[in-house]
Design a protein around this ligand. Structure first.
Ligand SMILES: Nc1nc2c(ncn2[C@@H]2O[C@H](COP(=O)(O)OP(=O)(O)OP(=O)(O)O)[C@@H](O)[C@H]2O)c(=O)[nH]1
Length: 832
């Protein structure tokens, strides 16, 4: 765990920069961005303490010794603090380490005062006036001054204890002090206490003076006059007011925007960042930590706000319709997950008594659908999550709306990679799950194997003493289906899933698409409230008014209740799967909120590009050498777009990657072709369950742009893999052609060394490469310079024949050397 540097600095009464500097000095890692470990924070604290402990004269220590012993008797041995966190907690209880006001020691109390103060301690009644005064007192932090390093040395630790509080919790307080400064001699504590008390007394005196002056002013005012002091005061007050004016800074702000906001020269801000070890450009974004640190550095009070909060419509909704007011039971929302072909669609199909699986292209579920079933008068909403790996992202989203997950495992196949993945998704989302062991009708079915495989992963079945429900089912015969539904309802009952139908609606988009005549259509599941026709709504970047509500059976409805799915129309654009829809008072509010949200997301997107860390940069540089395959993805539903994008993003290796330059829902248009043409190299357009318009087709022909369409996702991915393979550098394989023995060597003047050879094995070719091997070691690797039979150049010489060979660039061939001739064969690389 890391602590924020600014927090540590605050606790130590230092500036963040100073903490970083000290850390550097004592060799512990601390940075504004990375924070500091509690251990290292303690080291810094120790360092400061030691620094201040040093100058204390030894004599004093001796003098105070008896008292020290006395205290030691009263209290158990001081424990060492285990973490800086603990320190933070303790400090919050009333102790603060603050910087000492520069000249305070002058006003140190006399011995008698100290005794007096001590004598007052046992009083248990707090003195309200004193307390108030104290709390109004500004923290003495402001007294710190110029050069930071020097400043650290000059600093002294002081305990600023609220006296009134001390009266009440004195015992506790002293104990805390004790724990806190376990290394500081008791004399210091007392001294510090005295100082604190003296301070209070000084404050009292000041206050009394102030009151007197106030009286004077009032009197002057009454008599119609105005005193000089009053004018001065007024001016001062104004100045002070100006000084404490808190500047609001958005959470994500660029360096130059920050400089403008705090009214400081940009160069100063950049320089301050440099001093903190950060090389930043004016357009770079500052993190919250840097905003805080810089504000401290420039001594300007800032308030960091989240611009998103202003139009976080979901948050607003949750505040208006709090969960505590959910009073009506709602159907559970169930997701079926599992490995490909383990029977998810068949299972849902069986549950609904319809046959979805047969209708789907290639037998694969292509997108998420949501359906409802009824069992014993109770409803269950099912989200049908497709099983292909490409849909992992959608599945992750599905799990977010899900109350209960069903993990389907085929009893004949057992736990597979996507079974584990599905479990991981459910666990990550904190969604309870039931294991449906499917295909138990098959003779080779082994449900116990599934149980033991999952038990090994910590998913222990209830009947084996664990907490996971396993239900044996057969989507084919219908066996166990009732049992599964009962288990779901039981689980739902335990979860007490409730909602408030009287609230405006809050729903989650499961999928969306654009339909001819209807425009954007989205499948949503209402999480709370009731979604009605004509409701104005905001849904991520989109907005609209509910025009049509169609239930899972294709019937038109007037409203959708909590936990129920429906398809709705009325969006201005297709929303994203996973977006939250919230009904709002008016179209105007819906539009405004959506626009602000869009603006925010765009801003955040932009900020991502400039927020590149060094790591990102290195990655980008490395990727610069990557060959990219630019593609445009068009698909029938938003869910498919997301899934394909997710899948394609994974297709990369150290040499090639897919570059998705555009993706959208809908047919392939002329614009897509234009965009593909604009890309360098030209992009390939991939259509999934969509086709190009006639204009797009013509344009593509004209511009030489390739459009490929698919209805099965595997094919799309395989095709892209093939394209990527084409981009990869072919692999070079070596093939040995012959082994040749050097039996004689001739030095031909002006030509070089010719080796008289005998081909032991294979066939030597004229253009072959050759390795010279002596005593089993390769001593030279080159090419054949010439290949002769007697005096003639030949193309090849076979096994058992003699030949003359010259090795390019090598004249040192010796009798007994072995020449290994070989050819380099190019092999097309394959993207795996
Ligand atoms: N014998 C038997 N076959 C089943 C059972 N359930 C599903 N199948 C068969 O298993 C194959 C895959 O079933 P699907 O329901 O398409 O599987 P899925 O998990 O939805 O597959 P994807 O949508 O591709 O992820 C089909 O041929 C089904 O007929 C079952 O209980 N018993």
């Amino acid at each position: 765990m890391k602590l924020k540097v600014s927090e540590v600095a605050k606790e130590l009464g230092l500036k963040s920069k100073e903490v970083v500097e000290i850390a550097k000095e004592i060799g512990v890692p601390a940075s504004i961005r990375g924070g500091i470990s509690p251990m290292d924070a303690m080291k810094i604290e120790e360092y400061i303490k030691n620094k201040h402990a040093k100058p204390q004269p030894e004599k004093k220590v001796e003098k105070q010794e008896p008292k020290k012993e006395e205290k030691a008797e009263e209290k158990p041995k001081r424990k060492r603090r285990s973490s800086f966190n603990e320190l933070v907690k303790k400090t919050q209880k009333g102790i603060q380490i603050v910087q000492k006001a520069p000249k305070a020691p002058k006003e140190e109390p006399k011995k008698e005062e100290k005794v007096e103060a001590k004598a007052e301690k046992p009083k248990t009644q707090p003195q309200p006036e004193q307390k108030q005064e104290k709390s109004e007192k500004p923290k003495p932090k402001k007294t710190k001054k110029p050069a930071p390093k020097k400043h650290v040395e000059e600093k002294e630790l002081e305990i600023n204890v609220d006296l009134a509080e001390m009266d009440v919790i004195e015992e506790n307080q002293v104990e805390l002090l004790d724990l806190y400064f376990n290394d500081i001699a008791m004399k210091d504590e007392e001294k510090l206490e005295e100082k604190a008390k003296t301070k209070t007394q000084i404050e009292n005196q000041k206050e009394a003076k102030k009151q007197q002056q106030l009286k004077k002013q009032k009197a002057a005012k009454k008599s119609g006059g105005i005193t000089k002091t009053a004018i001065k005061k007024k001016k001062k007050k104004k100045k002070k007011e100006k000084e404490v004016e808190v500047i609001k800074i958005p959470k994500e702000v660029r360096v130059y925007e920050f400089a403008e906001a705090i009214n400081k020269p940009l160069e100063d801000v950049i320089e301050a960042l440099r001093e903190l070890g950060e090389e930043r450009d004016k357009n770079d974004f500052l993190g919250e930590e840097y905003i805080e640190t810089l504000a401290e550095e420039f001594d300007v009070p800032v308030e960091i706000y989240d611009p998103l909060a202003e139009f976080d419509y979901v948050k607003k909704y949750d505040e208006q319709c709090p969960e505590e007011e959910f009073d009506t039971e709602r159907p559970p929302i169930v997701t079926i997950m599992g490995h490909v072909d383990h029977g998810k669609t068949s299972l849902l199909d069986r549950i609904r008594n319809s046959r979805i699986a047969a209708k789907e292209a290639g037998g694969i579920t292509q997108h998420i659908g949501a359906y409802m079933v009824e069992k014993d008068g109770k409803k269950i909403t099912f989200i049908d999550t497709p099983g292909h790996e490409a849909f992992t992202e959608m599945r992750a989203r599905g799990a977010q709306v899900t109350d209960i997950a069903i993990i389907v495992v085929a009893a004949n196949d057992g736990v597979m990679p996507q079974t584990r993945e599905a479990i991981a998704h459910a666990q990550a989302a904190g969604v309870p799950f039931i294991v449906a062991v499917n295909k138990i009708d098959l003779p080779e079915a082994n449900p116990d194997l599934v149980k033991s495989q999952l038990a090994e992963m910590g998913i222990m079945p209830v009947e084996w003493g664990g907490e996971y429900e396993f239900v044996n089912v057969s989507a084919k015969t219908g066996e166990g289906i009732d049992d599964l539904l009962e288990t779901i309802l039981l689980q739902a009952e335990m979860m007490e899933l409730k909602a408030n139908p009287k609230c405006p609606a809050k729903a989650v988009v499961i999928e969306s698409r654009v339909e001819k005549g209807k425009g954007p259509v989205a499948t949503v599941i209402v999480k709370n409230g009731t979604l009605k026709k004509q409701d104005s709504f905001v849904c991520g970047k989109t907005f609209g008014r509910v025009r049509l509500i169609i239930d899972d059976l294709g019937k038109q409805k007037k409203e959708v209740l909590p936990g129920e799915p429906a398809e709705i129309t009325g969006f201005d654009e297709a929303p994203f799967a996973g977006d939250t829809l919230v009904a709002v008072e008016s179209d105007r509010i819906a539009k405004e909120t959506a626009e602000k949200w869009k603006e925010y997301l765009e801003r955040r997107e932009k900020s991502k590009t400039t927020k590149a860390t060094l790591e990102d940069l290195q990655k980008m540089i490395l990727e610069g050498n990557l060959k990219k395959l630019p593609v445009i993805v068009k698909a029938d539903t938003q869910g498919s777009v997301e899934a394909i994008k997710g899948s394609l993003a994974k297709l990369k290796n150290e040499e090639v990657k897919v570059d998705i330059i555009h993706s959208d829902v809908g047919a392939i248009t002329e614009n897509d072709v234009i965009l593909a043409k604009a890309s360098e190299p030209h992009a390939i357009i991939l259509g999934f369950n969509v086709r190009p318009t006639t204009q797009a087709k013509n344009k593509a022909k004209q511009e030489g742009i390739e459009i490929r369409t698919y209805s099965i996702i595997y094919d799309l991915i395989d095709d892209v893999k093939e394209l990527l393979s084409g981009l990869m550098t072919p692999k070079i394989k070596e093939q040995v052609t012959a082994t040749v023995e050097v039996r004689d060597v001739f030095n031909v003047p002006k030509v070089g060394t010719v080796a008289g050879c005998y081909v032991q094995d294979g066939v030597v070719h004229r253009g072959d490469f050759v390795r010279v091997i002596r005593d089993g070691v390769v001593i030279y690797d080159s090419k054949l310079a010439s290949l002769k039979r007697f005096k003639d150049d030949v193309k090849e010489v076979g096994k058992g024949f003699e030949c003359g060979i010259m090795v390019e660039g090598y004249n040192d061939v010796k009798v007994g050397d072995i020449l290994e001739t070989y050819q380099k064969i190019e092999e097309k690389a394959k993207f795996e």
